[in-house]
Write a protein that binds this ligand. Structure first.
Ligand code: 5AD
Ligand code: SF4
Length: 476
């Protein structure tokens, strides 16, 4: 490519990408970095060194969207300082705020040169050339072509936002469920599943590059229904089986799921596929039938509890995580008590909880019976105390156990490295750095609020042997 030749003649242009919100955005940022690297850009961690700054934004709650505008205020100063030193800076807003607000962003923050939504990342090189020529670029179309067919292949190593040993892989995008509080169906568009062969090829390349854990991503990942190699529609369980069949894959995860699509084949996959990690993020949002109905979730609390029972029967060591919204319009004290009751019944290992945030254009935003902020705050606090206790109880229960830990990065202390338990908890261990990328048994000795502590179960001599075997498996 002659662009690359040009890039080597002059110093490479630098790009800074900041990701907000969900893992889908983290993955998208990696793919944008890949597009730009192919164009001769180099990534930087510092916005003041960047010729191009991209904010990959989240629109899910008002707070998330507002963060973008304060960041744009900071960028305005950086852009002016660089300009004073004779250097231009292009500023781009990508992601879901871009998709939802379009050219309104440029009106509110004239520092912005480019606005484009999540379906247009493959057009980035064209946007950059147009912006360099002085054009204000706004592209929030849902293009007819599939962006995945036009993006360069995901690079398994070194890209930002991606752990060395672990990678995200988008298999499904968009949502047709229209929960009444949620902007996703409007910002990410209709459900779309990538074909099985393309996903398996991408997973194979990741593994060949040293990745041993893959998380299959989708806004509604268990609604996956992509075309299989036999021309038929495959469900998520079949896809997981196909990816698990790739030699060298040690851990598989999928997120985020909807209870409505938690079918028996997927539950059976938790029993049958050993590499599928015993951890399930299954958002319920509320424990009240009345609220679930008003949210248009399409299931009641008993159905959710039934699913939990079934997945636990399939995989007894499975731990659960969820999302909750408090203060949804019309939520009474009694409804909220139902949520607390559901949490007590399930016993979560981890959870995310939010105050309801009215999002323009969604049905619930116009409901008359909005809950006062003070009530939302009080409910959130009570729910979070309960969830934190459950999280601590789960972590405490692991003390004394031996867990397989996938080591990912150096720790804060000298001689310490950090990995992840099967339940996604960070585990801090004093161990040699050459274990990075390996999965090793660790005896858990202590549980802190945000991570576990432990020591290698096997003595160092055996450690070296185990690593050699692990590495041979990766490259096989
Ligand atoms: N207000 C508060 N929380 C929300 N979520 C989605 N939309 C809203 C909203 N309008 C939460 C849900 C979802 C998670 C990703 O964000 O709990 O599962
Ligand atoms: Fe939003 Fe509901 Fe779709 Fe999840 S299932 S992305 S909460 S509309």
């Amino acid at each position: 490519m002659n662009r690359k030749t040009n890039a080597s003649a002059s110093p490479a242009r630098r790009v800074f990408i900041k990701s907000y919100g969900c893992q889908m955005n983290v993955y998208d940022s990696v793919r944008m970095a890949d597009v730009l690297t192919a164009e001769g850009f180099q990534e930087t961690d510092s916005p003041s060194e960047a010729d191009l700054v991209i904010l990959n934004t989240c629109h899910i709650r008002e707070k998330a969207a507002e963060k973008v505008y304060s960041e744009l205020g900071r960028l305005r100063k950086i852009k002016a300082e660089r300009k004073a030193n004779g250097r231009e800076t292009l500023v781009a807003v990508a992601g879901c705020v871009a998709q939802a607000e379009g050219d309104e962003i440029v009106r509110r923050a004239p520092v912005v040169d480019m606005v484009f939504g999540p379906q247009s990342y493959h057009r980035l090189p064209d946007f950059v050339s147009r912006a360099e020529a002085g054009e204000s670029v706004v592209d929030t179309e849902f293009p007819a072509e599939d962006k995945f067919d036009h993006l360069p292949l995901q690079m398994p190593k070194g890209a930002r936002g991606q752990r060395r040993a672990s990678a995200f892989l988008t298999v499904q995008e968009g949502c047709d469920k229209f929960c009444t509080f949620c902007v996703v169906p409007y910002t990410r568009g209709a459900e779309f599943s990538r074909p099985v062969t393309k996903i398996v090829d991408e997973a194979r390349r990741l593994v060949a590059g040293g990745v041993s854990e893959i998380t299959l991503l989708g806004q509604n990942v268990n609604a996956y229904h992509g075309e299989g190699p036999d021309g038929r529609e495959w469900c998520l369980a079949r896809l997981i089986e196909a990816v698990a069949g790739i030699g060298g894959i040690k851990r598989l995860r999928y997120t985020t799921s909807h209870p409505r699509d938690m079918d028996d084949t997927l539950i059976a996959a938790h029993r049958d596929i050993e590499t599928l990690m015993p951890y399930l993020h299954l958002p319920v949002q509320s424990g009240s039938d009345r609220v679930l109905k008003a949210m248009n979730r399409g299931h009641g609390r008993n159905r959710y509890l039934e699913i939990i029972e079934d997945v636990r029967a399939a995989r007894p060591d499975l731990a659960l995580s969820s999302d909750f919204i408090v203060g949804f319009p019309g939520e009474s004290d009694e409804d909220f008590e139902d949520t607390l009751d559901l949490v007590r019944r399930v016993r979560y290992a981890q959870a995310f909880s939010f105050k309801y945030s009215a999002r323009p254009g969604t049905p619930a935003a116009d409901a008359g019976d909005q809950v006062p902020e003070a009530v939302k705050a009080e409910r959130l606090q009570r729910l979070q105390v309960l969830l934190r206790d459950q999280q601590a109880a789960f972590a405490d229960g692991l003390v004394g156990q031996t867990l397989p830990v996938l080591f990912e990065k150096p720790g804060k202390l000298t001689g310490q490295i950090v990995g992840r338990s099967p339940y996604l908890q960070p585990v801090q261990v004093m161990a040699p750095e050459n274990l990075m990328g390996a999965i090793m048994p660790v005896t858990i000795t202590e549980a802190g609020p945000n991570s576990l502590f432990g020591h290698l179960t096997d003595p160092p001599d055996n450690t070296v042997k185990a690593l050699t075997v692990g590495e041979a498996m990766v490259s096989a």
